[in-house]
Design a protein around this ligand. Sequence first.
Ligand code: ADP
Ligand code: MG
Length: 425
Amino acid sequence: MAAVASASLRAPLIRLSRVSKDYGTGAGVVHAMRDVDLAIDQGEFVAVVGASGSGKSTMMNVLGCLDRPTRGTYDLAGIDVAQRKGDSRAIVRNRVIGFVFQGFNLLPRTTALENVELPLQYRGVGVRERRRRAVAALEAVGLASRMHHTQNQLSGGQQQRVAIARALVTDPPLLLADEPTGNLDTRTSLDVLALLQKLNRERGITVVLVTHEREIAACASRIIEMRDGRIVSDTRCAEPVDAARALAGLPSIRDVEEDCEPVASRRDLRSPSAATSSSVPWNVYPMMWLADATGALAAASYVVFILHGSGASALWAAAIFGEVTKAWSGARWCRRSLGRPMSSDQRWHVAFGYTLGITGLGLALVTAAAMWPRVAEPSGAHFLLDAAAATLGRGWFVFATVIAAAVAGIVLLRYLLLSLLAPRR
Ligand code: ADP
Ligand code: MG
């Protein structure tokens, strides 16, 4: 293990170089992996995505030393495993890799504790030590109270937790999971993901998981997409979805792909609808309006009653402070609902939507009030209307340009405030 650990400090934990895997079938040769180059460092959390038949499972089998590549080299923790014979590969596999499968693969009529003890039993670890480590692993996955339950007394999510405990009981630096949430509902999937993220963060375990669900992939810090046996995109996410937070904020988990930057050249694009998703919760707008009104009222009261300022300065203070409280509350509200800070697209969306919607509504009200027989003489509404009339006097084109410039300026200001006041994480 020490040799493995020191080797992994120098080189990536996983390095595939021009790896191909062919399967001979009656109908000819299937090229399940074609010239795949891939390096994964210790501590990464990688999601492998792609359509059915794109070669994900084949790559996982190669990575997991369950299958040998037809061509190319595979270095695992500094050991060239592609060339090794079956027994020797099995030794490396048992020391370095923990496996989690879609179907959990627990032994029936056997308790959670016995299932988790099994890999240690194969290694010849003594009874007491075996029990101690299995108990610790089950505690780590939050199943201390279910140790003596058998498979049919556990829910799907709990069975997968037992499987994760079984994979981790031998302390492998690498966890490979092929569709670990494929048999689970969204909530339970996120629960399992939250556990994997915790193990990755707290223990530095490298996680490589296959999934066909975008929401699950969004929890990884790196997403590798396969097509026809090739890696067609390799993307790092600066801010992967925190599964525990997303779970708290269900059902509003959103696509995070806007925050991703391509690592390697990308030969293929993600589906356009997924890549451009920038929707925000609708209730952010009334929330911002409320924050604006509260902030503006507080600022105006402060100027008038405490500073004894003029009406005009109170208006200015209300406008400025209202903008700040509005952006602050909008950014925080979205952070709560989305389970992560807004992406740049979403900040534009909010700035634009708010300006066109609520400000448009406000302007319409002000104009209507001002056009009504003048009730209160010197009001802000009349000032606006007079300014509009003066601009209109110079022609429609000038009027439209001034309005467009004003709206664009306000949208930009709001975008900048949202960016400035958004929580970082
Ligand atoms: P995925 O996991 O992405 O669904 P797979 O890696 O299972 O894809 O399969 C990739 C391709 O290789 C598919 O065309 C599949 O039919 C083929 N394939 C996988 N395993 C075998 C096998 N043992 N024998 C023949 N063809 C296989
Ligand atoms: Mg598969």
